[in-house]
Design a protein around this ligand. Structure first.
Ligand SMILES: [Zn+2]
Length: 134
């Protein structure tokens, strides 16, 4: 694009003009606002990447799973914790994967946890009932 201030040619995805420093963001629609806030560097490559913030860590989900005393919940928490670490390290794709894993393991944790809560008391009752001299 052409800088509206100094009329020099500017890369399409740059938030400011390299020649005169003119803020070009208001002249474009598709540049993420937080690109240079995240990195402090408007020329960093994060401009062309999708915003990391949209990846959910699913930590809440994972913690619910863990509260149901399921080992799957712990795996979910580990994955959820990995999401923010991977985002900070710039591994966006891996963060996405960990985010998905956290959902799967959380769901597994909730299902297993519910199954345990439903079946364990029943099994306990049966055990008590079968005890001699009740
Ligand atoms: Zn300019």
């Amino acid at each position: 694009m052409i800088c509206p201030n100094c009329k020099s040619s500017v890369p399409d995805n740059s938030p400011v003009c390299p020649e005169c420093g003119q803020n070009l963001r208001s002249f474009m629609k598709d540049v993420p606002i937080s690109a240079d806030i995240n990195t402090g560097n408007p020329w960093s490559q994060t401009i062309s990447q999708p915003l990391p913030r949209v990846i959910p860590t699913n930590m809440v989900f994972a913690i619910i799973g863990t509260l149901l005393f399921s080992p799957c919940g712990i795996v979910a928490v580990i994955n959820a914790a990995k999401v923010s670490l991977l985002i900070q390290a710039g591994h966006i794709e891996e963060a996405r994967k960990a985010s998905k894993n956290a959902v799967y393991w959380s769901l597994a944790a909730v299902l297993v946890g519910l199954a345990v809560m439903v079946f364990f008391p029943t099994a306990l009752k049966d055990m008590m009932a079968s005890m001699p001299g009740k």
